[in-house]
Design a protein around this ligand. Structure first.
Ligand code: ZN
Length: 175
């Protein structure tokens, strides 16, 4: 895995494509990978198309993110971005850390619920889902069920709660 992450943008006015390489911790966050310099050819700041490589979530990125309220992995749906099978153990480790800000733990809890949601199906053959992932995360969440009462669960979207809470034995009235 390379430790450089490429980013590109195409000028809306002259079509010039600019690219740069970011370090892992710059590439990981919305605000640090922000790239607002004008086009070097025509000085326009309008961008037609932009792309960037995202690093996999790891402990270093999580520690930076947990320590800084102004750091976002994404300006929306951070929980959905985090909800990957390879992140399950990392997410539970940080969820269990009482030193981490409640606002960040709330996002982590939501990401775990998204993982259950994404891997729950009411259809017989849904190739995109892996029930074993849902089972693993449900098992982990059931072992920590009291956190649903002690933590702020407002961050978890209602449509996620409707699918996940019954599987955890939680009442939807506690939503
Ligand atoms: Zn330009």
């Amino acid at each position: 895995m390379s430790n450089k992450y490429s980013q590109s943008k195409i000028c809306n006015k002259c079509g010039h494509e600019d690219s740069r390489e970011n370090s892992k911790c710059v590439a990981a966050f919305e605000s640090t990978r922000m790239w607002e310099s004008p086009c070097p050819i025509c000085q326009s700041i309008e961008i037609e198309n932009a792309g960037w490589e995202l690093p996999d979530l790891d402990e270093e990125i999580m520690l930076l993110w947990c320590d800084d309220e102004s750091l976002y992995l994404s300006d929306q749906d951070e929980d959905i971005l985090m909800a990957e099978e390879m992140n399950i153990d990392l997410l539970f480790n940080f969820l269990d850390n009482d030193n981490i800000k409640p606002s960040k733990r709330a996002v982590i809890l939501s990401a775990l619920c998204v993982l259950v949601f994404d891997n729950t199906s009411d259809e017989e053959e849904d190739l995109d889902i892996n029930p074993e992932i849902a089972i693993k995360v449900i098992h982990g969440l059931k072992g920590r069920i009291s956190i649903f009462a002690s933590m702020d669960t407002d961050y978890i979207m209602d449509y996620i709660k409707e699918v996940v809470y019954p599987q955890l034995g939680l009442s939807l009235r506690s939503m």
